[in-house]
Design a protein around this ligand. Structure first.
Ligand code: UDP
Length: 238
């Protein structure tokens, strides 16, 4: 059996990545293969926490900005992350993986409330824990939730699965000469204002000394490779 490099990881999956080419909603042709790989990671003994975004349904500022009160628009975003959490839970359970969803805002009929010690106990028992509702507060992002939960559960690394295969010096969709970084420091990310995570999430990971690997979810096997210690995208560290 393969020996993973990491015993406990926090995977952040952006909502947009779950939508695949549709850009909106849930694409089960994307979710299925991702869950197959998560299962593989659990089977080799890696403990997996997942924070999922909500951008495939709603982003507070982008979709509600100017038309709605900001905090309400953000709560809608947090609800979107919960929809995604339940979809992932279902797909993982269909594959025989034990899963618990914990939400930062209580929704007892559909998920457990977030309780750190309970989350780590689940992880120790080999259950995947999906953290819904971000951190539970408006004005924050699910990237910040990933950084916070990773610190709380003592994850060794944040695996940031995105629609793009790493961190570039400029937007490769707009600039064909954009260069991809293999490694970066958190300080460089901040100084160069690189589009990795928002500043709050970046400084939180930096202060807590948690490495971050940014890679494309399009190839779900990347998650497994990352868990095995392969550098499949851009590594950000102190
Ligand atoms: N959100 C929030 N607080 C949090 C996490 C998320 O208010 O702790 C809201 C915010 O409106 C955000 C939306 O939920 O735009 C969806 O999250 P995010 O944009 O991080 O999703 P992603 O871009 O990763 O799909």
């Amino acid at each position: 059996m393969d020996t993973p490099k990491y015993k406990r990881v926090l995977i952040k999956i952006s909502g947009e990545a779950l939508a695949g080419d549709n850009k909106f909603g849930l694409n089960f042709d994307v979710i299925g293969p991702v869950c197959d790989v998560v299962k593989k990671c659990v089977e080799i003994g890696t403990e997996v926490g997942i924070v999922v975004g909500g951008g495939n349904f709603w982003r507070g500022v982008k979709d509600g900005g100017g038309k709605m009160e900001r905090t309400r628009a953000d709560y809608m975003g947090m609800l979107a992350t919960t929809i995604n959490s339940l979809a992932l839970q279902d797909a993982l359970e269909q594959r025989g993986v034990d899963v618990r969803v914990q939400t930062a805002i209580e929704m007892r009929q559909i998920a457990e409330p977030y309780i750190r010690n309970k989350a780590t106990r689940h992880l120790e028992k080999g259950r995947v824990v999906i953290f819904g509702c971000g951190i539970g507060n408006p004005y924050f992002s699910t990237d910040t939730a990933a950084a916070l939960r990773a610190a709380e559960i003592n994850a060794e690394i944040i695996l940031l699965a995105k629609n793009i295969d790493g961190v570039y010096d400029s937007d490769p969709a707009k600039n064909p000469d954009a260069k991809k970084y293999d490694t970066l420091s958190y300080m460089e990310v901040l100084e160069k204002k690189l589009a990795v995570m928002d500043t709050t999430a970046t400084t939180l990971s930096m202060d807590n000394n948690i490495p971050l690997l940014v890679f494309a979810l399009k190839e779900p096997e990347n998650i497994y490779r990352a868990v095995m210690g392969e550098q499949v995208g851009t590594m950000v560290n102190n």
